[in-house]
Design a binder for this molecule. Structure first.
Ligand code: IFM
Length: 427
């Protein structure tokens, strides 16, 4: 038996636009993902989040499923476009607490109100201040019951997939805007932390998607800078790494006076881990638009088995990442806020079970090597709207039939229930 420390926080995660639906309910205003998904050609088969899993109306059933799984915590995001009426989250949080499940709230999982985008979005510095106001308001409403708050989910994706490759909303393809957005997202995080602390929040965190970059030294160093250190260092060390800053300044200027605000102490770093990337020097390569300035670097194909996203299955990458974080950024407890796999549809999902089993073991090994890991949230509780890939990619422990909206726990859900119950893995 491989056991985890007492109190290890086993959970599952979702995000507002990916599951809620009910996009016109109770005064919700449009978000950039409403606009983007309704723009022909941007999302596979024209899928949108209009209905999604209808979690907004079926949350009680979903909380019941969570209770059956024995989840200790549930990570969800609050939709900024619902700021005018947050009563849905009151109901959700109360239902979770009734069943002894700790609510873990993320304030921004990519659904920026369209009106803010119309004023410049994350490329506009003012959006960071608007975020802090929103954080304060959400905390005022829910902070008596929600003790764990995350400012942003995966700012790398918002900045670079949203503004460099344009594969995600708002669909901008401007490298300078992408670097500016990255900086403003970090400023929003810092201002948000301050606002949450001012309201008395107990535990405040940021969630980053961190991707180990393997391959030739020089290209791997550059891409690691643009994928990982560009957020880790400003937030946890109060500085841009010199190589990253020199790279950013090729495209735009950032206000370094913001760094003390960005580097507000946090209580936990959320880590979203799915895969590794492999890069090599290749003078003929035009680079990857998600990493502006990566001309001369080529991305290699994944090695070995992949998930339905074509992402290499590499649990050792998670172990190394957790050990690296605890070595390079000591003193910040870690939480895996997302890990999971898109697998072929069906209720039997042995691939997902073996993916999770291998990653749980990797996390446990990292803890033995010194990583201060406090919990693990599986992505995702439910099948959901996988952004530009629509509903084709299924990440859920629980299957969703998009015709009937019926939920069916998969084999992996039953397996996860056992893991949680014994706080460990058999054998
Ligand atoms: O579905 C996404 C989630 O919104 C953010 N992290 C990665 C997941 C899988 O792509």
């Amino acid at each position: 038996m491989i056991s985890f420390p007492r109190g290890f926080l086993w959970g599952a995660a979702t995000a507002s636009y990916q599951i809620e639906g009910a996009v016109h309910a109770d005064g919700r205003v449009p978000s950039i993902w409403d606009t983007f998904s309704h723009t022909p050609g941007m999302v596979a088969d024209g899928h949108t989040g209009d209905v999604a899993c209808d979690h907004y109306n079926r949350y009680l059933e979903d909380v019941e499923i969570m209770a059956e799984l024995g989840l200790k915590a549930y990570r969800f995001s609050i939709a900024w476009p619902r700021l005018a009426d947050l009563s849905f989250y009151d109901r959700l949080v109360d239902a979770l607490l009734d069943r002894g499940i700790a609510p873990v709230a993320t304030l921004y999982h990519w659904d920026l109100p369209q009106a803010l985008q119309d004023a410049g979005g994350w490329a506009n510095r003012d959006t960071a201040y608007r975020f802090a106001d929103y954080a304060a308001a959400a905390h005022k409403r829910l902070g008596d019951r929600v003790t764990t708050w995350t400012t942003l989910n995966e700012p790398w994706v918002s900045a670079f997939v949203g503004h460099a490759s344009g594969r995600h909303a708002p669909g901008v393809t401007d490298p300078a805007a992408a670097f500016t957005a990255a900086h403003h997202l970090m400023l929003a995080h810092g201002l948000g932390v301050r606002a949450l602390r001012a309201g008395g929040a107990e535990s405040v965190s940021l969630t980053l998607n961190l991707t180990p970059i393997l391959g030739d030294d020089e290209p791997a160093r550059l891409i690691d800078g643009l994928a990982n250190r560009i957020f880790l260092d400003p937030v946890l060390r109060g500085e841009y790494p010199a190589d990253v800053l020199a790279h950013v300044e090729r495209f735009t200027e950032v206000d370094l006076d913001d760094l003390p605000t960005i580097a507000q102490p946090i209580d936990v770093l959320g880590v979203n881990y799915y895969t590794v990337n492999r890069v090599v020097a290749d003078p003929s390569s035009g680079g990857n638009p998600e990493y502006p300035g990566s001309e001369g670097i080529a991305w290699e194909d994944p090695r070995g088995p992949v998930t339905e996203m074509d992402w290499e299955i590499n649990p050792a990458g998670l172990e190394d990442l957790l050990v690296r974080l605890s070595r390079d950024y000591p003193g910040t407890p870690l939480m895996i806020t997302e890990n999971g796999a898109a697998m072929p549809d069906g209720v039997a999902d042995p691939g997902r079970i073996s993916y999770l089993d291998a990653h749980f073991r990797a996390a446990r090994s990292a803890m033995e090597r010194g990583a201060d890991l406090r919990g693990y949230f599986v992505w995702s509780l439910l099948d959901n709207f996988e952004w530009a890939r629509g509903y084709h990619k299924r990440f859920g422990l629980v299957r969703v039939d998009y015709e009937t909206l019926e939920r069916t726990p998969r084999d992996s859900a039953r397996w996860y229930r056992e893991v949680i119950a014994r706080n460990g893995l058999a054998g």
